[in-house]
Design a binder for this molecule. Structure first.
Ligand SMILES: Cc1ncc(COP(=O)(O)O)c(C=O)c1O
Length: 378
């Protein structure tokens, strides 16, 4: 993630001096300026800043009109927020296996579609992009809405487009682990005007007090308060200027390391859905035991199986279908019995068991990282 430092400090100072803390205060322009700049950069007609990636997913689902009785396909490997978001709008998550690219397996998407499926949430995990061509074509064939969870891939490209701006809607997170970091934050992206109007209403309690002139005859409905402040807007403007140069450096480093590591007889470099713009790097061993042994080697980080709530077996509230109130339980409203079990996505577990992260180590000079990779490749 880019550093947070003196530039953000000055930007926040200027925001305070400007005197408008609320993004909808008269004369406030920092958040709206950021939204316009992000949309221009990534090719989305509308961007709405919200207070987290989870809020972005919930807002996107609400904007798309997903609700009780609907099934939403989510990958079995993602942060639990992807599966929790449908529950917040009254829908149920249906788990889909990943393939070796660490993203949703298009073939398993086909197997999991039922007459009640309304949406797919493909997740670009750890900057590894989904097979969006295949996913968009399946969605078109079955009339499904695609909400890209790009929380872990802000600014990342898939072929000639940007993640988050390919599906009907996209969700970004700007928390401290992400490509843009303001501590906590998020954004919804869409090029569909109606979805945008509904998203904007939803994130601002229904927006009935704002007097937005462009409501497209959308009736008022009850929403949440997911707004950001101008302090967030100020920091986001600075972080947006840092993210693309950082990703360009990551892409170069990744290409160098992937070339070296692909010579190994011990493991394979994880296949990628767009190798030319890849910024993520993981390696895949034949067996779990070999992967465990690899984590002890220099240049290798953890096994993905050990990445806590990113693995569906650790999503206890989802597996147990437990909500904050027994009567607000989307599984009771589903059109068929939905059950989860720890072994339901065995292929995902097998892949995560055998996959290890290779950090790009941008903080170290390229020759040092190259030497470590050469040793690892044998
Ligand atoms: C894939 C994915 N989706 C959604 C989220 C939720 O984002 P946030 O933590 O900003 O709510 C995250 C954050 O960790 C994530 O990694």
């Amino acid at each position: 993630m880019p550093d947070v430092g003196i530039r953000e400090w000055f930007a926040i100072g200027r925001a305070i001096a400007q005197g408008h803390m609320s993004r909808y205060g008269e004369g406030a322009h920092l958040t709206s300026g950021f939204e316009a700049a992000l949309g221009d950069r990534l090719g989305a007609d509308h961007v709405l800043a919200v207070n987290s990636g989870t809020s972005a997913l919930v807002t996107a689902l609400a904007a798309a009109g997903i609700g009780p009785g609907d099934e939403v396909l989510v990958p079995a490997y993602t942060w639990m927020a992807t599966a929790a978001a449908p529950v917040q709008v009254g829908a149920v998550p249906i788990l889909v296996d990943i393939d070796e690219t660490l993203t949703m397996d298009p073939e398993d998407i086909r197997r999991k579609i039922t007459p009640y499926t309304r949406a797919i949430i493909p997740v670009h995990m750890g900057n590894a992009v989904c097979d969006m061509d295949a996913i968009m074509s399946i969605a078109k064939e079955h009339g499904l809405i695609v909400i890209e969870d790009s929380c872990q891939a802000v600014g990342v490209r898939y072929k000639d487009r940007y993640c988050g701006a390919i599906g009907d809607l996209g969700a970004f997170s700007f928390n401290k682990m992400k490509n843009m970091n303001i501590g906590e934050g998020g954004a919804v992206l869409t090029s569909d005007e109606r979805y945008f109007i509904r998203a904007r209403s939803y994130h601002d309690l229904g927006s009935m007090i704002r007097g937005h002139g462009d409501r497209l005859n959308e009736p008022e409905f009850v929403g949440m308060n997911f707004k950001v402040s101008e302090i967030d807007g100020a920091m986001l403007q600075v972080q947006l200027r840092k993210v693309i140069p950082m990703l360009q450096r990551m892409q170069k480093r990744r290409a160098m390391l992937a070339e070296i590591l692909s010579q190994s007889q011990e493991f394979r470099v994880t296949p990628h859905n767009d190798p030319a713009s890849a910024v993520s790097l993981t390696i895949l061993a034949d067996t779990k035991e070999k992967a465990v042994a690899l984590t002890a080697r220099r240049g290798v980080h953890n096994r993905l199986r050990d990445s806590s709530k990113h693995v569906y077996t650790n999503w206890e509230p989802i597996l147990n279908k437990r909500t904050f109130h027994p009567k607000m339980n989307p599984w009771a409203w589903a059109k068929r019995e939905i059950n989860y079990s720890p072994d339901m996505c065995a292929r995902t577990l097998d892949i995560l068991d055998r996959t290890c992260v290779v950090p790009l180590k941008l903080q170290y000079p390229a020759p040092v990282v190259r030497l470590v990779a050469q040793k690892l490749a044998g």
